[in-house]
Design a protein around this ligand. Structure first.
Ligand SMILES: Cc1ncc(COP(=O)(O)O)c(C=O)c1O
Length: 441
């Protein structure tokens, strides 16, 4: 009770909260969450919400996993911090790198760490630039990404994905950015025609920029940001042919999709992505600690290593990169995926998830659903209702995310069958609220 009372006394308009209306926040108290239990979170008034977003698609193991808490506590007691730099590191970080390399879809991968998805993407772009400078190709800097995707919040990564709204807000992109389309079929287009159109667009983009200036193509295997855009099987292999032709690196951003989100441990292999570099975060520690990692193919790493010869070292490190406490938590996440058979659990609950998604399509405000594993989008009709449904869901004690013309859900992977049923009961009630609100004018 004391803890709750103390929270009530905070002056809340001092804090900048992202993805929020700053003007409204001057007068409105933000939601203040105080506790978590499995797939539920509780606010300061004791109201419990079914958290169908796992935070930002990250709290895969739910909100009160004691094994993760203990792993963090143990490491904090032993050695709470040590920088990973100047030829120094700690056992948990070495072990985590080893274990990630073992489960990597890239054979013989080398591993680097950072603190967030944005930072690891940013870092890996720097590393490609470094390798290219080392190879005598300093002009090979441009990055191709897909409009509507998301690769982070730094000035560099924000310009990669996002929407015109993002770019306008921050004066992005800077130079070196090229954008192509998402794999979304135009009316009347079949898979083959769409993939050929997108391969031609990619080729034209490279040719126009000057092939010798293009370094990287970056994509999420499945783009959550681009309204759960699931590519058809021939899309990535076809783009990969074009990239190989021009010697452009393939970067796979598995920051959301890695660690089981799409029903497979990694999403890339299932959709034909063969990356030179692959990034992960979120599920890596189930978001209990900020940590991100990349897996680098040996050929890429060797080029980077070669580039460092001139200065005699890699001129890059970060205070909290490869943080021991975060690494200890990530190691425990890997253990839990095995000991509790998390991937098996996801497979067992998926039929209920799919059944419920199919059933919600009969709602008058729903025009369709898209899903892969425990990631789903419910398309709304008319399309401008996402924020209304989001608000209505809050009234029904359900947290979802508004998209462009859809609401999106990525619950913790530990969600049970009965919690999935409950989630859709609340979603239907939220949709009904909006429907009746509109009908009543
Ligand atoms: C695909 C993808 N990449 C990168 C990021 C950035 O990660 P972070 O928010 O940890 O910086 C996100 C965040 O949602 C993401 O979805």
């Amino acid at each position: 009770m004391n803890e709750v009372a103390a929270i009530r006394n905070y002056k809340t308009d001092t804090l900048l909260i992202g993805f929020s209306d700053l003007v409204a926040l001057r007068n409105e108290r933000p939601m203040v969450l105080t506790a978590g239990r499995g797939v539920f979170v509780t606010d300061e008034n004791g109201r419990e919400y079914l958290e169908a977003m796992a935070g930002f698609c990250c709290a895969a193991l739910g909100y009160n996993d004691q094994e993760l808490v203990e792993a963090a506590t143990r490491q904090m007691r032993m050695l709470p911090f040590s920088p990973a730099a100047y030829n120094r590191t700690v056992p948990v970080v070495l072990e985590l790198a080893e274990r990630l390399a073992e489960i990597s879809p890239i054979p013989g991968a080398h591993v680097a760490f950072a603190t967030s998805g944005s930072e690891i993407n940013d870092t890996m772009i720097k590393f490609a630039w470094h390798a290219n400078v080392g190879a005598g190709q300093p002009k090979r800097r441009k990055i191709i990404s897909r409009i509507g995707g998301y690769h982070g919040n730094t000035a560099l990564t924000n310009a990669l994905g996002g929407t015109p709204e993002h770019h306008e807000a921050f004066g992005l992109p800077m130079h070196d950015h090229l954008h192509v389309s998402q794999p979304v079929a135009q009316p009347g287009e079949d898979e083959a025609a769409m993939v050929e159109r997108l391969a031609a667009e990619l080729r034209a983009t490279i040719e126009q920029a000057g092939p010798e200036t293009v370094a990287i193509f970056i994509a999420e295997p499945v783009s959550f940001a681009a309204d759960v855009c699931i590519p058809p099987p021939s899309y990535f292999p076809r783009l990969q042919d074009v990239l190989n032709e021009y010697g452009i690196l393939m970067y796979s951003d598995e920051v959301i999709t890695g660690f089981g989100r799409t029903g497979e441990f990694w999403a890339g292999p299932g959709v034909g992505v063969v990356p030179d570099v692959m990034m992960m975060s979120k599920g890596l520690s189930s978001a209990y600690q900020p940590i991100a990692a990349s897996l680098m193919a040996p050929q890429f790493y060797e080029r980077l290593e070669f580039a460092t010869r001139k200065s005699g070292w890699l001129a890059h490190a970060g205070t909290s990169n490869a943080h021991p406490v975060a690494a200890a938590v990530a190691l425990k996440v890997l253990d839990i995926f095995k000991s509790r058979d998390i991937m098996g659990h996801v497979q067992r609950v998926l039929p209920e998830w799919q059944k419920q998604l199919a059933a919600i399509e009969d709602h008058p405000l729903v025009s369709g659903t898209r899903s892969i594993g425990l990631m789903a989008g419910v398309t709304l009709h008319p399309g401008d209702l996402a924020k209304d449904v989001y608000q209505a869901a809050m009234h029904e004690n359900l947290m979802i995310r508004p998209g462009t013309n859809m609401i999106k859900m990525t619950p913790p992977l530990i969600i049970s069958q009965s919690e999935i049923v409950e989630l859709f009961v609340r979603l239907r009630r939220a949709l009904d609220r909006v429907l009746h609100g509109k009908q009543n004018g």
